[in-house]
Design a protein around this ligand. Sequence first.
Ligand code: SF4
Ligand code: FES
Length: 370
Amino acid sequence: MTPVEPPWALLAELTHGCPLHCAYCSNPLELVRRSGELDTGSWCRVMCQAGELGVVQTHISGGEPLLRPDLPQIVAAADTAGIHTQLVTSGIGLDAARLGALVDAGLRSVQLSVQHADPQASDRIAGRRRSFADKARAAAVVREAGLPLGLNVVLHRDNLDVLDAIVGLGLDWGADRIELANTQFYGWALLNRKQLLPSRSQLTRARESVEAWKTRLAGRTELVWVVPDYFDGTAKPCMGGWGAVSLTVAPDGTALPCPAAAAMPGLDPPNVRERSLEWIWRESPAFNAYRGTGWMADPCRSCERRDIDFGGCRCQAYALTGDAARPDPACHLAPDHPLLRGIVSESALGAPSPAVPRSFRTAAGRGDRV
Ligand code: SF4
Ligand code: FES
């Protein structure tokens, strides 16, 4: 058996609490209540164990991690463990004093989300008034502190047509990196797929625009295009492979090979309250379930791309077929690919109803499979 390499990254989801209500959120529908969150000591222990395990970088995320008053202590624990910390934030609540405390604790970079280049449209998509103004202020505070700033924009039907303006906004705000992330359909985004799926022509125009920007910005600002795999006919190498490069710890301590795996019944994920990260990463059945290529069936098993895309995304295979071990329907060779083609052509007909905003209130009683 090939030895298990240490993970490179830890996604630490400190809380599912969030001041925004984006319908494209990839958090699970069953959000962890604030009362169920790990306490400060437990998060500090997770960071210490992550450092010992070999984790190099942690993305401190949520929900909105700024809702945790103990954020500086958790950042400091990661820094002491030798882990590079990046704050993934909506920017709501990030002022100079708060950022100063985080920088003192060891914070190294910030990834800020924005929903649209137009303030009103951004507020509407985020479900919060004046959130765009808060984000603009947060970007300025990060630049003043001299921290690297990444801008993350989730792309969908409502903002793909203004991609040029979005890149322009990122440049105005002084972003070093602009991530243009086509919506990945998990959690709330899966629930709202009909409302979010763009048309093929929107994507074609956006892709051309990104290529032009990449040429123009080469060597200055990094531009990342996260592929819309529903449309491409190829499976993405999701998470760099299951249990291969990163792990997620959810707000209640559930440890997952990827954030969306919370929705997979039968996975029986371990919890950091009961097990060490070392055991979780190397020994737990959940992390070994789809590791490597031994679990694959045909056509993946005999495919020359199996070590490149790892058979695609397990969560997507489960969400679309009910079986996480099937080839990802995003792949044109997968037996279930026609299913995806059907979903994409249906999206051309438009959405029958408004999107469901992400919130604790609207979560009750909804399943993750659509
Ligand atoms: Fe990837 Fe499987 Fe498709 Fe081959 S058949 S390209 S391994 S998803
Ligand atoms: Fe879970 Fe792709 S999102 S494996």
